[in-house]
Write a protein that binds this ligand. Structure first.
Ligand SMILES: [Zn+2]
Length: 343
């Protein structure tokens, strides 16, 4: 199991960053990877804080989550002989830092500025390779510093997307159990229990989750970290990624860039819960509470696109067995999408 050694979640924890670096006995030279927006919001502040405490940071502004950007960060880290990389941002910078640090064989620290997906804690990097979004094995962060003061100021849509990514654990677990029974796939009770509890907590707290509130930012970011830990325990993304993620990836392939990862996963969870014969209304209602989309047209996705994605989702990552492997035909896909109101 590869787990983070330090996790700090709370208001103003960014000011503990240097202390955390010192506790982890990190080399003084560091590279901060951030985006153009996050550079102004927090990137420079982090650089100043590290500078003040002798961690000699260089800043590199990432442009896109592409492999070429990982090459650029890797080259920079080698050039300055960085002892560690800090990924500061909503997702892209963290993904780039995650993979570049693995290549240079140095630790990486995750400083999320939004709670929009569980990549802030996982060992997988989501990158665009040859025009397609692909999950690339990287490394888990050595530390996560999630400042709720910063995260609570992120756009509302990012927080509700984060809830969608957590709620998707419901169907991911049902798919995993199915694969365990039908394909004898290895199953971890501990990972499943943690992942399930995390998703249940978000459903139960959904009526209280509001953008702009530090308490809500804390609830969601802690849940995202717990999902990441569940994946670390399982040694795969199984506890947090099943048929609903395949559907989300299929949608993104057919109509790229229409919605956030967590929004697509949330939509997928509604319909996959229906296919599993579970309580899909509970999923839909929780998403409504947190302000996440529950209909494809809210994201500019037509009914045809949704049906095409439902039928083709099984082909995404075919080795991962899910409910979709039972063979969903067009008529049944239309029925499921209409019955759940996603189209
Ligand atoms: Zn996800």
């Amino acid at each position: 199991m590869e787990l983070p050694r330090k996790v700090a979640v709370g208001s103003g924890v960014i000011y503990e960053l240097s202390e955390i670096c010192a506790d982890l006995k990190l080399q003084p030279k560091s590279l901060i990877v951030t985006g153009q927006n996050t550079l102004e919001i927090v990137g420079r502040e982090i650089s100043d804080l590290l500078e003040k405490d002798g961690f000699k940071p260089d800043i590199l502004v990432g442009r896109a989550s592409r492999l070429e950007e990982v090459d650029r960060v890797e080259a920079k880290a080698r050039e300055i002989d960085a002892g560690f990389i800090v990924g500061v941002g909503g997702g892209r910078s963290i993904d780039i830092a995650k993979l570049a640090s693995l290549r240079v064989d140095i630790p990486f620290l995750s400083v999320p500025t939004a709670a929009s997906h569980d990549g802030i804690c996982s060992s997988q990097a989501s990158l665009t390779v040859n025009g397609e979004t692909t999950s690339v094995p990287a490394q888990s962060p050595l530390a996560i510093v999630a400042d709720t003061r910063i995260i609570s100021r992120a756009p509302a849509r990012l927080l509700s997307a984060g809830c969608g990514d957590i709620i998707s654990n419901y169907t991911a677990l049902l798919d995993w159990q199915l694969a365990h029974r039908l394909r004898n796939e290895e199953y971890s009770e501990y990972a499943a229990a943690l992942s399930g509890m995390t998703a249940r907590m978000i459903v139960e707290l959904a009526p209280t989750i509001r953008p702009g509130l530090e308490e809500s930012a804390k609830t969601v970011v802690k849940a995202l970290i717990s999902s990441g830990v569940a994946m670390s325990i399982a040694g795969s993304s199984r506890p947090a990624s099943g048929s609903e993620h395949k559907f989300a990836h299929a949608l993104n392939r057919i109509a790229p860039g229409k919605a956030l990862h967590g929004e697509l996963c949330g939509l997928g969870t509604i319909v996959m819960m229906y296919l599993h014969g579970g309580d899909w209304e509970m999923i839909r209602d929780a998403l409504l509470f947190v302000g996440a989309p529950t209909r494809a047209d809210e994201m500019g996705l037509s009914s045809d696109i949704v049906i095409e994605a439902l039928i083709n989702a099984q082909k995404i990552r075919p080795e991962r067995y899910t409910i979709l492997d039972a063979g969903l035909n067009k008529k049944a896909a239309e029925k499921a999408a209409e019955a759940t109101g996603i189209i």
